[in-house]
Design a protein around this ligand. Structure first.
Ligand SMILES: Nc1ncnc2c1ncn2[C@@H]1O[C@H](COP(=O)(O)OP(=O)(O)OP(=O)(O)O)[C@@H](O)[C@H]1O
Ligand SMILES: [Mg+2]
Length: 340
């Protein structure tokens, strides 16, 4: 377990961390989220001694972190840090030299180093890159190399600061796989991200920070709190589906759609202004993906069609009956697991 207790820190006069109590366990992925400037990177940098708190303490497996040289070396063997920008981290000319750098400093011999390098490159999927010049790697490959170099020391905990920033769909998949592989080996992972796709794909625990404090900790993503905190959710929109023959809820929607003549009739009877009346389903889904809240009144017999179609898209979707939520069908995490 990595724990912070009442952690305070500021770069100058202003306090950036204001009493942070944070916990992350082994064999779990703890996802850290929060708006720009909330203090995520600052907190992460405390966890392996890159920053020293003004007040409060950090404990790693129960042991209080201290800041003499020897203790810091021990700490950094145990807690690896993957910087957001790999160029901040890559130091050697070639891939294998970079991965070997840390372990070589710890005194591992040539043949041991070879095994360590191969293994680390295998975990991140960079086999065959040993002799490549780091400067010739693509951005995504550099990210993988930075992870490989961090885990070459066989740490117990791995911190990753925004590992999917600037990464394409394949790179995203690679990051998810790396994280899962590391968790499978019993490592504790602490990952900060603005990427809800990633959060949902890897997270066991979710921690939200705001203005230098932890304001939420739980096993589930709390989307409405996230939105309130200004955390970017992939789709802030939602499709609320209501069969025509039930109570129409009083929700504030950006758009109202009516699908099927019974739904249109009902809307007219209720005096509801309908914005979308043709190619209704496709356009409603699109608007929800764009981040709008769409109230879709549909003829009851079309409910199954709607359900079948909507689950193919990364859209939050709920069916309301008599103003109550009956089912919430879709989350972006499910969507992720069904793309290649
Ligand atoms: N080296 C520094 N010197 C002075 N202020 C800093 C420094 N690094 C960060 N800050 C400030 O500390 C606050 C928290 O920054 P931090 O990088 O921890 O936020 P973050 O949550 O990681 O944000 P982001 O999502 O943008 O990465 C910000 O107001 C930032 O301007
Ligand atoms: Mg940051």
């Amino acid at each position: 377990m990595i724990e912070t207790r009442n952690l305070w820190f500021g770069y100058d006069k202003a306090e950036v961390l204001r009493g942070v109590n944070f916990r992350a366990a082994r064999r779990e992925v703890t996802v850290l989220m929060g708006r720009n400037g909330a203090g995520k990177t600052t907190l992460l940098m405390h966890l392996n001694g890159l920053l020293k708190p003004r007040r409060g303490e950090i404990r790693v497996d129960g042991k209080k972190v201290s800041y003499d040289r020897k203790s810091l070396i021990e700490l950094r063997k145990k807690v690896a840090y993957v910087f957001q920008n790999p160029d901040d981290q890559i130091i050697a000319p070639t891939v294998s030299q970079d991965v070997a750098f840390g372990p070589a400093n710890l005194g591992f011999k040539e043949d041991e180093l070879k095994v360590i390098v191969n293994e680390a490159l295998r975990v991140v999927g960079l086999e065959g890159y040993e002799r490549r010049l780091c400067s010739t790697l693509s951005g995504g490959e550099k990210k993988k190399l930075a992870i490989a170099s961090a885990i070459a020391m066989d740490p117990e905990y791995v911190i990753m600061d925004e590992p999917t920033a600037g990464v394409d769909a394949l790179g995203f998949k690679a990051v998810v796989e790396i994280v899962e592989r590391l968790r499978g080996r019993g490592k504790g992972l602490i990952v900060s991200t603005h990427d809800f796709d990633l959060a949902k794909a890897i997270g066991d625990k979710f921690v939200f920070m705001d203005a230098g404090k932890v304001v939420y900790e739980g096993d589930e993503v709390d989307f409405s709190l996230a939105r309130k905190l200004g955390i970017r959710t992939f789709q802030s929109g939602k499709l609320i589906v209501v069969p025509h023959n039930t109570g129409i809820p009083d929700v504030s929607a950006d758009f109202v759609a009516a699908m099927g003549y019974k739904a249109k009739e009902r809307a007219m009877k209720e005096g509801i202004n309908v914005d979308i009346t043709s190619t209704v389903l496709e356009r409603s889904i699109l608007r929800a993906i764009e981040g709008h809240t769409v109230l879709l009144i549909c003829s009851a017999e079309m409910l199954n069609v709607v359900r079948r179609e909507v689950v193919k898209f990364p859209v939050y979707f709920e069916i309301l009956e008599d103003g109550k939520t009956r089912v919430e069908v879709k989350s972006i995490g499910d969507f992720n697991s069904c793309v290649g």
